[in-house]
Design a protein around this ligand. Structure first.
Ligand SMILES: [Zn+2]
Length: 328
């Protein structure tokens, strides 16, 4: 049950300055660095009971139902309508700066109302300053949040320290979450995972095709099987050691963009128009991939253009390797 819900619920890290922090393998990140204010945000609570995080989940509201926000430790986290808040919620009955949450390393959360006209509520009580306990609910305008202490794998820990089963929690129904997070939004949010699967599929098809056609030819000095094994190894390492390779992964994103632009320039200088166009298409797809919050239609268009560019590039490069390996 937890697994399926986690697949739909996206986990987001926001800096107290309001900047969303984009990182792969969110479940493995211990501290995140804000790209705007360079602030280092600790995300894990005291280690005395193992790795745990404080999480605010939107249970009800006009949008983002099911979205989970990982709370940074020790910072003042403001919620309000104006930009620059930790969570910027644009809805009626929410003040520009509505309330402020502070999370201690022990997991204790203090909520302060900042003179909001509609008020801040913990459970059934309107508060000026209050303590939000794990599994407790917080209401800000039309939004209702649930506060949890979770393990990085998504297991929810009850206030007394033991694991809690999902049946004890009033999670939003799957139907309501699915309705409010459209497939386009899901695709835009999970674009890195999608891009990896597309690249892996293309590489597999290319590798299989090349291997099948290679049987009739003399063995090449370089073959796709080795490339596929190397690719699978990189895939496994980045999947399981994400906590340590997030930084390298970020550099790789920009390195591949630089490579595609360089290929386009090479193509242009040698008068290979189709090759240059394909490289530019792949570069355009990568730009959309790297963007922090692309519009769903832009993400979809970028994915199409990028996939087209990659297919043409793979074909051209395969032909080039064939020509080189057959001795000119
Ligand atoms: Zn920041």
């Amino acid at each position: 049950m937890t697994g399926t819900l986690k697949a739909i619920m996206a986990q987001t890290i926001c800096c107290p300055c309001g900047t969303p922090i984009d990182c792969d393998h969110v479940e493995l990140v211990i501290t995140a660095t804000c790209p705007r204010c360079d602030r280092e945000l600790p995300l894990e609570l005291d280690h005395s009971f193992g790795a745990r995080r404080a999480m605010l989940t939107i249970m009800e509201g006009p949008h983002w139902v099911g979205e989970q926000f990982i709370m940074p430790v020790g910072a003042a986290l403001s919620i309000g309508r104006a930009s620059g808040n930790w969570l910027c919620l644009d809805a009626a009955d929410i003040a520009d700066t509505h309330c402020r949450l502070t999370l201690a390393a022990s997991g204790a959360v203090i909520v302060e109302d900042l003179n909001s006209p509609a008020g801040t509520w913990i459970g059934p009580q309107r508060i000026v300053r209050g303590h939000l306990a794990p599994t407790g609910s917080l209401r800000v305008g039309p939004f209702r949040f649930r506060f949890d202490i979770q393990t990085p794998e998504g297991r929810i820990v009850a206030p007394d320290g033991r694991d809690q089963s999902d049946s004890e929690l009033s999670l939003p129904t799957m139907a309501s979450v699915k309705r409010k997070n459209s497939p386009a939004q899901w695709a835009a949010r999970n674009r890195f995972i999608l891009a990896r699967w597309i690249i892996l599929t293309l590489a597999s098809i290319g590798g299989a095709d090349f291997t099948l056609h290679l049987r009739a030819r003399p063995p090449a000095p370089w073959n796709w099987n080795k490339a596929l094994i190397a690719g699978a190894l990189v895939w496994l390492i980045t999947s399981f050691a994400g906590r340590h390779v997030t930084l390298i992964h970020n550099y790789l994103k920009y390195a591949s963009l630089g490579l595609t632009v360089a290929l386009a320039l090479v193509g242009l200088s040698f008068g290979a128009g189709a090759f240059a166009t394909a490289s530019l298409c792949a570069a355009a797809g990568l730009v959309v991939l790297i963007m922090r919050e692309p519009q769903p239609w832009l993400a979809f268009g970028g994915a199409l253009i990028g996939a087209f560019g990659l297919i043409v590039l793979t074909r051209d490069l395969t032909q080039l390797i064939r020509i080189i390996s057959s001795g000119g």
